[in-house]
Design a protein. Structure first.
Length: 409
C-alpha cells in the first residue's frame, strides 16, 4: 500500500488522543489500517489548557499508529470541538456561467464562496461552509446541482466559525507533534458520519456525544446539521463525584466507574459489595454497587436534563421522529441508555464504529473524521473528483490549508 493513499484522522479528546489511519476504498468507505491511542493530559472540559502535555499525548498516539503502519505520519485531519463554535446560516447566489447553462463544479464553488461574506468578530475565523440545499431557478431541495440546467444558482449554507484561540492552540499542538494539519472537521459532523443513518438525519435526530470532559449535542434534520450545543460536563465529573463521595483517589474512582459503574441505582444490586481504598491508602471501606451508582446517577441525570433544556431551546419540547443516539465513552456505562429513555421518553440507541479494533464509542469521533474527509473529498471515487460536490470540497480543503498557513505561520 502506498502511503499517499492513506488518510489520517486525529481526535484530541479530554480523556484520550486517538489517531486512525485509513485507506479509502472505491465505494467511498474506509479500511482502517492503523490505530494509536494515548491518555490525554492537557485538556479540561474539551479545551486545551496545557500545550506541552497535549503535544506529548498527540506524539505518543501518533507514534503508536506509526508503529502499526510502518511509516512516519506527516499530515492529518483533526477533529474540532464544538465549544466556542458558532453556526451561522447564510445564503449565496450566482449566475450560471456556461453557454449551455449546465451547472459545473466551478459554479458550485463560486456560490459557496459567495456565502462567506458575513460580519465576523475579529477573534473568529470561518472553518467550514456546509451546503444545506441548493436552489436552481427557484427549485429548492437540491443536494448536488452539478450537471443540472439553470440560470440562477442559490445555496442555503451553514457557516461554521470558531475562535482563533481555539484553532491556534489545537494547530500548535498538532504541529509541534510533527504533523501538518490538512484540515479541521467539526466533531459533530465527524460523529454523525459514524453514528447516524441517512434516514435518521433526514427525519430528525439528536446525537449526544458523552465524553470525558464535555457533552456535545447535535441536531440533524433534512439530512444536515441544524444546531449544536456543548456543555462543559462529562465523565470526569462523575469520577470526581465518586472520588469525593468515597474519599478515594481519582484513579481508584475511575476504575470503580469503569468496572462497576451504573447510571441507575434501580438497576444495581444492594448485596454486590466492593472494597475501596481510602485516599492516602491506609484505610479500606466496603461499599455496594448501589452506593456507587448513588454517586453516578445524579450527575448523569443532571447532564441529561441540561441537554433537554438545550433541546427545548432548539425548538423540541417533544422528541424528533428518530429519537436520540448516544456515543462517546460514557455511552458504554450500564444503565445510561435506560436513563436517556426515561428522561427523553423516546427510543435511544448507542452508536459505535463498525470496524475491528475500533469497535467502541470512544473511537466514533476519530473514525468519523476519516469518514467525513473521504466522503467530502471524493477520495476513493476518482470519477467524482473532476465534477460533483467532491470537487468543490477538494478545493475547499486546499484553500483551508492555504488559509492555515497564512494565519499560523
Ligand atoms: N466502559 C465504560 N463505562 C463507563 N464509563 C466509561 C467506559 N469507557 C469509558 N468511559 C468514560 O468515558 C469518558 C471518556 O469518553 P471519551 O473517550 O469519549 O472522551 P474524550 O473524547 O476523550 O473526551 P471529550 O470528548 O470530552 O473531550 C471517561 O470519563 C471514561 O471514564
Ligand atoms: Mg470526545
Amino acid at each position: 500500500m502506498k502511503r499517499k493513499d492513506l488518510v489520517v484522522g486525529i481526535d484530541v479528546g479530554t480523556s484520550h488522543v486517538r489517531v486512525i489511519v485509513g485507506e479509502p476504498l472505491p465505494d467511498n468507505t474506509v479500511n482502517i489500517v492503523g490505530v494509536g491511542l494515548s491518555s490525554s493530559q492537557g485538556l479540561k472540559k474539551g479545551v486545551i489548557v496545557d500545550l506541552d502535555k497535549t503535544t506529548q499525548s498527540i506524539t505518543s498516539a501518533v507514534e503508536e499508529a506509526e508503529r502499526m503502519v510502518g511509516f512516519d505520519i506527516k499530515e492529518a485531519y483533526v477533529g474540532l470541538v464544538g465549544m466556542n463554535v458558532e453556526l451561522v446560516p447564510n445564503k449565496g447566489v450566482v449566475a450560471v456561467t456556461s453557454e449551455d447553462r449546465e451547472i459545473t463544479g466551478e459554479d458550485v464553488d463560486r456560490v459557496m464562496q459567495s456565502t462567506r461574506v458575513i460580519p465576523l468578530a475579529s477573534d473568529r475565523e470561518i472553518v467550514n461552509v456546509i451546503p444545506r440545499q441548493f436552489i436552481v431557478d427557484g427549485y429548492d431541495g437540491i443536494r448536488d446541482p452539478v450537471g443540472m440546467l439553470g440560470v440562477r444558482l442559490e445555496v442555503d449554507a451553514l457557516i461554521i466559525t470558531a475562535t482563533i484561540t481555539t484553532l491556534r492552540n489545537l494547530m500548535r499542538c498538532v504541529n509541534r507533534a510533527g504533523i501538518e494539519v490538512s484540515g479541521l472537521v467539526l466533531q459533530s459532523l465527524a460523529n454523525s458520519e459514524v453514528a447516524l443513518s441517512s434516514d435518521e438525519k433526514e427525519l430528525g435526530v439528536f446525537l449526544l456525544d458523552l465524553g470525558g470532559g464535555k457533552s456535545e449535542l447535535s441536531f440533524y434534520q433534512h439530512g444536515v446539521l441544524q444546531s449544536i450545543s456543548v456543555l462543559p460536563v462529562g465523565g470526569n465529573h462523575i469520577t470526581n463525584d465518586i472520588a469525593i463521595g468515597l474519599r478515594t483517589g481519582f484513579e481508584t474512582a475511575e476504575n470503580l466507574k469503569l468496572e462497576h459503574g451504573c447510571a441507575l441505582t434501580a438497576m444495581t444490586e444492594e448485596n454486590e459489595k466492593l472494597e475501596v481504598t481510602c485516599v492516602g491508602g491506609k484505610d479500606r471501606q466496603v461499599v455496594s454497587e448501589r452506593d456507587l451508582a448513588g454517586f453516578i446517577e445524579p450527575r448523569a441525570y443532571e447532564v441529561m436534563q441540561l441537554m433537554q433544556e438545550e433541546m427545548k431551546k432548539m425548538g423540541w419540547e417533544d422528541m424528533p421522529p428518530a429519537g436520540v443516539v448516544l456515543t462517546g465513552g460514557i455511552s458504554l456505562m450500564e444503565g445510561i441508555t435506560e436513563m436517556a429513555e426515561q428522561v427523553y421518553n423516546t427510543s435511544v440507541r448507542v452508536a459505535e464504529p463498525q470496524f475491528v479494533g475500533v469497535k467502541s464509542p470512544i473511537y466514533t469521533t476519530a473514525v468519523g473524521v476519516l469518514n467525513y474527509v473521504i466522503k467530502s473529498s471524493g477520495e476513493g471515487i476518482p470519477e467524482k473528483k473532476e465534477g460533483g460536490s467532491g470537487f468543490l470540497v477538494k478545493n475547499w480543503w486546499d484553500r483551508f490549508r492555504n488559509w492555515l498557513n497564512e494565519i499560523f505561520e
